[in-house]
Design a protein around this ligand. Structure first.
Ligand code: NAD
Ligand code: UDP
Length: 349
């Protein structure tokens, strides 16, 4: 049994990970400033699992808060999600991204050092690869991010590599796993927690579910002239519950190993935009009207993972189907048409 601090635990992936951690018998402490999430998510995690989460409301950049947290709620490992994640916004507001994602991680590591907590799982991203030279993408592919968000993730990976090396050299074993996620979608099968983007979703899957539920008229498909099978962009979509379980496996790896490792979490399978629309319509019976528009600036044609290292090191592989991704995401969207905002006010949910 581990005692785990989950930063950004109220967010989309963090909330699903807290469920899996609690289900596996671990104790969970959550730190979130709710800049992109709701305390309702933490309530629902506790309702789903019937187990408590110790919640600290605050910012990962607040060193004195972190020191107080480590004193009041001693943990042996950290899963670090807290970050800003909108690629387009990162181009417009790079300093906010480096400040939150990079400086926030430095503050967290300094507080971890002081508290002698030297195990961390970090949310990296397939964005660190930029436009891939070869598919599927293995971890030894060159890192070539092309926006401030991707750079912030690659920089934190380097920080973690150096932090581990220094700690190991000083005889204070430290271990870090950077998990490079491909495209997490779907929701917990209960439909009680899920992705709740603020404003217009920039990602495909929540856009599809919002069209299906009637919040938006149609999906804009960003280009059908890509060099892919049907001309639309191809990505490696994986179920958020699989992703969450990958973190539980990574925690086990940390206990038994030292040093830094970066590991892809994906299915190894590429799905086009139109294939996703069709899969969603098939799984839910709901039509998703769409219109093809111009390509989105900064997009790449195709991207999918070589997930072999995750299988070899963590014994992890994705098990959920595309149908389960669509079905669970739709259940969440239907039950919570306005995300946590409307539902938090309704009794009995
Ligand atoms: P999310 O926005 O739902 O969750 C992030 C959480 O961190 C939110 O609850 C937010 O309130 C919190 N947070 C942000 N800055 C904070 C700060 N300074 N202090 C305390 N809390 C803070 O995002 P998500 O989709 O769950 O992503 C989680 C992590 O995974 C992020 O690091 C993201 O970059 C990474 N990631 C996400 C995806 C994706 O497609 N969702 C893909 C690759 C990597
Ligand atoms: N996409 C789209 N319409 C949207 C959002 C996304 O056609 O409203 C396409 C996008 O061009 C890409 C795929 O869907 O080919 C996945 O995009 P997303 O932003 O979800 O993931 P990312 O590009 O960051 O991997």
């Amino acid at each position: 049994m581990a005692r785990v601090l989950v930063t950004g635990g109220a967010g989309y992936i963090g909330s699903h990970t807290m469920v899996e951690l609690l289900a596996a018998g671990h104790e969970v402490v959550c730190l979130d400033n709710f800049c992109n999430s709701s305390p309702e998510a933490v309530e629902r995690v506790q309702a789903i699992t019937g187990r408590p989460v110790r919640l600290f409301t605050g910012d990962v950049r607040d060193r004195s808060l972190l020191d107080a947290l480590f004193r009041a709620a001693p943990v042996d490992s950290v899963i670090h999600y807290a970050a800003l994640k909108a690629v387009g916004e990162s181009v417009a507001r790079p300093l906010a991204y480096y400040e939150n994602n990079l400086a926030g991680t430095l503050t967290l590591l300094q507080a971890m050092d002081a508290a002698q907590v030297r195990r961390i799982v970090f949310s990296s991203s397939a964005t660190v690869y930029g436009a891939p030279q070869r598919l599927p993408i293995a971890e030894d592919a060159p890192l070539a991010p092309f926006n401030p968000y991707g750079h912030s993730k690659a920089m934190v990976e380097q920080v973690l590599r150096d932090w581990c090396a220094a700690a190991v050299a000083a005889g204070r074993p430290a271990a870090a796993v950077a998990l490079r996620y491909f495209n997490p979608v779907g929701a917990h099968p209960s439909g009680r927690i899920g992705e709740d983007p603020a404003g217009t979703p920039s990602n495909l899957f929540p856009f599809i579910t919002q069209v299906a539920v009637g919040r938006r008229a149609e999906l804009a498909v960003f280009g059908n002239d890509w060099p892919t099978e049907d001309g639309t962009g191809v990505r490696d979509y994986l179920h958020v519950v699989d992703l969450a379980r990958g973190h539980v496996r990574a925690l086990d790896w940390l206990v038994a190993h030292g040093g830094f490792v970066a590991i892809n979490l994906g299915t190894g399978r590429g799905i086009s935009v139109l294939q996703m629309v069709q899969a969603f319509e098939r799984a839910t019976g709901v039509r998703v009207p769409y219109r093809v528009v111009a390509r989105r600036p900064g997009d790449i044609a195709a991207c999918w993972a070589d997930p072999a290292l995750a299988q070899r090191l963590l014994g992890w592989q994705a098990t959920h189907t595309l149908e389960q991704m669509c079905d669970s995401g739709w259940r969440w969207q239907q039950a919570n048409p306005d995300g946590y905002r409307s539902q938090a006010a309704r009794p009995g949910r």
